[in-house]
Every structure is written in C-alpha cells, then in structure tokens.
Design a protein around this ligand. Sequence first.
Ligand code: IDC
Length: 459
Amino acid sequence: MRRLMALLATFATVLGLTALFSPVASAASGCKVDYTVTNQWQGGFQAGVKVTNLGDPVSGWTLKFTMPDGGQRVVQGWSATWSQSGSTVTVAGAGWNSALGTGATAEAGFVGSLTGANPKPTAFTLNGVACTGSVDGGGPTTPPDDSGTPVGTNGQLHVCGVHLCNQYDKPVQLRGMSTHGLQWFSQCHNAASLDALANDWKSDLLRIAMYVQEDGYETDPAGFTSRVNSLVDMAEARDMYALIDFHTLTPGDPNYNLARAKTFFASVAARNAGKKNVIYEIANEPNGVSWSAIKSYAEQVIPVIRAADPDAVIIVGTRGWSSLGVSDGSSESEIISNPVNATNIMYTFHFYAASHKDNYRAAVSRAASRLPLFVTEFGTVSATGGGAVDRSSTTAWLDLLDQLDISYANWTFSDAPEGSAALRPGTCGGSDYSGSGVLTESGALIKSRISTPDNFPTS
Ligand code: IDC
C-alpha cells in the first residue's frame, strides 16, 4: 500500500498534483479563531475575530464563517475587508495585516445588526481550509450598563471659556492614554487591548498618534487614514473619545506638512463628522519654529476641518515641543497676545515628568486661566521617553491637572521597551490586557489615576 502511495505521489508530482496526495499532517493550512462578542445592545452588537495561522506562512488571508441566525448582519468592519452574502461572512486581510507567518495572528472586528438571538458563528475556514484549531468565544453577552460613560454622558464636547465642556455646558476633564506610533505598534491596538482600556482602565480617551514622518502617514496616506478611522470606530464602540493626532515631530515646522495635513484632515473630518467622540489635534509638537508660523499653519488647517465637521474641538500645538514656548525660553504670553483666529479651539501642553518640573508647572498654572489647555501627551519619565519613572513629579503634575480640570493622555499604551510604555515588553502578543500583570511601573501608576470615578457633571 505504502509503495502504491509513493508511486502515485511520484506521478502526482510529475503532474503537479502534489497537494492531492500529501499526508494530512502537512496540509498547507489550518487556523484557530477566537470570536468574541465585545458589546451588545438592542438591535446590534460588536464582535472581534482573532485568526491564528496554524499552517504554513501565507501572503494573504481570507476567513469565512457562517452566521447561523438569519438576523445577524455585518454592518461595518475594520482592519479587514468585510462582506456578507446570505449567511456567509467573508473577511479579507487588509494590506498591512495580510501576511501571516506560522503561528502569527491578525485581528479585525465589526459592528453587526441583530433581529433575534446572537448565536456564535460556525464553519470557520482560512483560505478555504477548515480551521483545525479550537474556535473560542461567542455570544450573547450581557449588554453593559452605559450610564456615566464618557461619550454617553458628555456627548459632543465644546470649548467654554478656558474649559472643555460637555453637552450640559459643564467643564469636564478627560483622562486617557495615547497610542505609540501606529506604524510600529499596531499589535497593541486591538479589540482586547481597547476593551481593557475602556473597561479595566476606565479610560475616557484614546489618542491616536499617527506619525507623519518616520515611516508614517507620508509613506501610505490611504492606509494610515484608514487605520485612524478604524481606531476612531473602535473607541466609539467602547464609548471613548478619540483624539486624532497628526503626529508631526521631525521636521518641527508643521508647515512642512501643510499640504498633507489639509488632505488628511479633509478626509477624516468628512468621514467622522457625524460622530460625537472625535477631537482633532493638528500638530503634535512644533519645534524650532516661531509661534507666528504655527498660528499661520493652524489658520489654514482649521477651516479645512470646519468645512467638513463644523462642531468638533480642535487642538493647536504650541512652540518648543508644545511647551507653550517655555522650552524655547518663551512663554504663554506670546499666544495670549496673538491667539489663533478661530473659535472652539484649545492649545496643547506636553510634559515629561522627569524633565519638566516647577517652572513648567508655574507656566501651566498661569496659562490655565487665560487659555483653554489640553495635555494631549505626557510621560512619567524623561523627555527621551525612557529612563526611570519620576513618581513625585508625575503626582505633582496630575494633581495640578485635576485641580485645573485639564484633560490629559499618557504616552504610551504600548509595550515599547522604554520607561514611558504602560505595558510590559511582549504583552501585546497576548490576548488579555486587563489586570496588573501586564503593567509596567508607569502603567500601574497611571492606571491608578485614570481609573478613579469621573463624576461627569450632568446639571
Ligand atoms: C518617541 C518614542 C520612541 C520613538 C521616538 C521617535 O517614545 O520610541 O523612537 O518617539 O521619534 C515626544 C514625542 C513622541 C516621543 C516622546 C518620547 O511627541 O513622539 O516618542 N516625546 O521621546 N515629545 C516629548 C517626548
């Protein structure tokens, strides 16, 4: 028998039919799927899929599965191309996550509509081959209580006086986390990590740091725009605000990227205009450039956003790496005497606790009664993003921001091998981001501050 198989296999090879006669153990494909309903409400739900390739490396993947209930429909998906025909759902990897080595995973998600129950899907296949690994997860889940949640409670934000205010015209402070560069740490921004950020950290805010240079936006405008939009949707589904950060850094003059900024913001503002959870940050950290040049940039980019999304808050970077000019030997007075000619805007202030101390805190204390400020980025460590956590300076800073009702986002919700990262190196390869086991010293300190009750005012 064995000889016969060998003989047939030889013929098959000659005829190019090897696959037909290969033993099953070396079949080219196989997969494991984790399917998780992350949220469910009357008439709809959100789910994520994590595909693990158990077979040979593939350069592209298509996952198919069957929705057993006629009332489940994919409405909108992200991080892949989603379609549904009858009860069959087809999910094709996006350009940036389509190559899957052996053991590698890709994650994607969707929002679905629902008319009946929400039984878990069946018949998962990867590139046409039935998944051999276990299929986990499923629904239905209990809909979460969304009273007192960030976007649900506060709705569309606006600037009132020097404060960020909610739909009841009351000052609010948002506390949250910034991603690391999307080009480097996309593995840290998935359904499970954002679930932990929203539910375990009780974060109000996700800052989406889209670098423009350093292999960022300029290398693939359409791809990065789509990734930003996906993260906006994922934040929205978890009731978090999304801060779209056009992360300019080097070169420091934002005017270098003026044309790119106009193209990018015209697109994201039009696409997200109907959402209540979006805030725009038009230039991360201008440096080596005058305030008047930054103001000129802002006055050209803001109208582009306003034309598409008239009511969103827009945040303008400041001189000297968004230090209100202090790192350049200047101060907030150059902004107070020559403000950006626009309404519903705020100004950025950044600090790194081990590098920026009393004289920076004094500037923020002075400026807070004159300018609407938003700390869109800060670190517990030195301005390099590394080094030891400075607990006492971080605590002094966060106490000050709490007292002044100034919103903030911490650098970074990632597992980068540097002191500022909140997650331990390697943890973004896992599937559970909740609890304290994944946290660095910085992560534990910041989570303890962010996760306290918000008590957003409603009257
Ligand atoms: C740093 C990252 C580091 C990366 C570098 C690249 O932490 O991993 O190699 O950018 O440019 C900022 C910037 C922010 C910096 C951060 C720490 O907004 O991009 O991230 N920082 O240096 N301003 C002050 C500090």
